[in-house]
Design a protein around this ligand. Sequence first.
Ligand SMILES: Cc1ncc(COP(=O)(O)O)c(C=O)c1O
Length: 388
Amino acid sequence: MKGSSTRVIHEAEGASRTADPLTTPIYQATTFLFESAEEVRAYMQGRSDKFLYSRYRNPTIQSTEAKVAALEGAEAALVLASGMAAVSTAVLALLSSGDEIVCSAAIYGNTLHLLQSVLPRFGIAARFATLEEFARPDGLAGPRTKVVWFESPINPTLRCVDIAAVADACRRRGVLSIVDSTFASPVNQTPLALGVDLVMHSATKYLNGHSDVTAGVLAGSSAIMRRIEPIRRLLGSVVDPVPAYALARGLKTLAVRVARQNESAFAVARWLEQDRRGKRVFYPGLPSHPDHAIAKKQMRGFGGMVCVDLDGGIERASRFFDRLQVVRRATSLGGVESLCSLPVDTSQWGYTDEQLERAGVTRGMARLSVGLEDVDDLIADLDQALNA
Ligand SMILES: Cc1ncc(COP(=O)(O)O)c(C=O)c1O
């Protein structure tokens, strides 16, 4: 009989031979067993589909990746530790010293900082292009450009970029096009079908949808994933099995959540626009939105994000923010809870007046992420908060 320390460590461990779980279990293991040296060698020589080490491949994470690929209509997908892990892993995999990346100037703030402050230290130049330049995509790429990176819809104005037009211009120049599709979710927009090479999401938002997981995803062809996956191993930017499991659970309800969020956000946007206490409402589904035609062309639904410009600057926006009772005061988006944030206090913090003007952002803006509460309660809450 072996000692109790030996027994407690090794007894009854590993996969069950009789349980056939309906859902994919959490393979919370950093490493996987081999029977023999020959089996390890077979793995190293690529003659085995066994799992070796979770930073490389893990069954739970692989199951989540298959679901992401299904939603995006992609050959392959990768799940990473955060949206920013997805951004940084993709750019480090696809760019080399001497290359240029052209990025929309209206982009998630930390993507901008990464491209502007970190990549140049490795000899990769970033050029930021306006939405007007993105509207004439033939002029975007220069001789050194390898990647064009953009977002649609864009935070917080929900401006949209014509994804098919940019993808087409890039393809003709032999440049990779990558879109951050976080605000749309794959329910409302599938950019690969519009011709882009790679789609990225902060899965922290709609994909997980319950404000309790930080993760990011990349989806595209098997060929592009073969370039990115080895870099994920080296950077160690893979997600852990527990958040991968939670994300997979969220993905199964994505379509019903987003359908309801589309409907409620549209109702909130229409109500705000007719109410007139806000100066201007930004929602891609409203005919008054500057990119309504683009949104109609490329989106199946207009999303759960609404932005309202409250005339009266940050003071009025702050009073509105402070009075909210059902809508919670927090940054982030895409969860079941409705959230409000003031762009100048979060995503556009520290911007000068000129930078704000270029981003189309005002000091009176409040951004709403519409959740799954009863829409009448949300509208009643906005109604009383607007009296501020
Ligand atoms: C559009 C967009 N892209 C990327 C990110 C970064 O994602 P994460 O916070 O999961 O790293 C965010 C986060 O707010 C985002 O809104």
